[in-house]
Design a binder for this molecule. Structure first.
Ligand code: E4P
Length: 237
């Protein structure tokens, strides 16, 4: 079970990576845009290489941005060549439900030694098929599933049971994390990995009562120090 960071922010990645709590990073075109990565594929290439170098050998997922079959295939191979730890993200299907993507996933994984993360999935059945196609990672968007009124935990648990039973090696990444609570509950439900935005990871560490406790320890230590300084010289021996 592990945690990935869902961001393209270098400073945030560096901070959490130094703590030793990360096992990978995931991105998507929306994340790059939010981080101000402009300049088309050149911008994506530069930032992806920086992240990949920073976290190597941990995996970095970078998403293809085309709907054209040949272009998706070309982009995937180009991204994978940027660094050894880059995993290519491909959506489960095209914007209108076009079916070419799983064929591309299968080809990339079985003939071109490219590791693929199949993304934008909302159900166990989609993930099982992506795993059968040979995907290294299958990404289900837990927060979006919950937003549709279903409990992502049930879908994750079902998916894990089926993958294990079929002895499929794909790792389940649960993304679209909305609450601190999601991380442990989704790992417990059967996710191999939960990918979280930096604010939620901070929220997992910082607890108001821990803050209060630390403040109390520091205040009492200062009081004890002051008492010692005020005590007569003989009593300090
Ligand atoms: C996962 O790999 C995705 O990058 C991400 O978690 C999607 O989250 P969103 O629903 O907040 O866009």
């Amino acid at each position: 079970m592990s945690i990935f960071l869902d961001t393209a922010d270098l400073a945030e990645i560096e901070q959490f990576h130094r703590m030793g709590v990360l096992r990978g990073v995931t991105t998507n075109p929306t994340i790059y845009l939010k981080e101000g990565v402009t300049g088309g594929l050149r911008g994506v290439e530069q930032r992806s290489k920086e992240i990949a170098r920073l976290i190597t050998p941990l995996p970095l997922s970078v998403e293809v941005t085309s709907t054209d079959r040949l272009d998706v295939f070309r982009q995937a191979q180009t991204f994978a060549a940027w660094a050894e730890n880059i995993v290519v993200k491909v959506t489960i299907h095209g914007p209108q439900g076009e079916l070419e993507n799983l064929e591309i996933v299968h080809e990339l994984e079985t003939r071109h030694n490219v590791r693929v993360n199949v993304t934008a999935m909302m159900s166990a059945q989609q993930c099982v098929l992506a795993a059968m196609a040979g995907a290294t990672y299958v990404s289900i968007f837990g927060g979006r599933v919950n937003n549709m009124g279903y409990d992502a935990r049930a879908e994750i648990a079902k998916l894990r049971r089926v993958l294990d039973r079929l002895e499929l090696s794909a790792q389940i990444i649960v993304g679209s994390t909305r609450e601190v609570l999601n991380v442990i509950e989704w790992l417990e439900a059967g996710a191999h990995i939960v990918t979280v935005v930096p604010d939620l990871l901070r929220g997992m560490i910082v607890h108001p009562y821990s803050k209060e406790t630390v403040q109390q320890f520091l205040a009492d230590a200062a009081k004890a120090e002051a008492m010692l300084a005020a005590a007569p010289a003989e009593s300090r021996r």
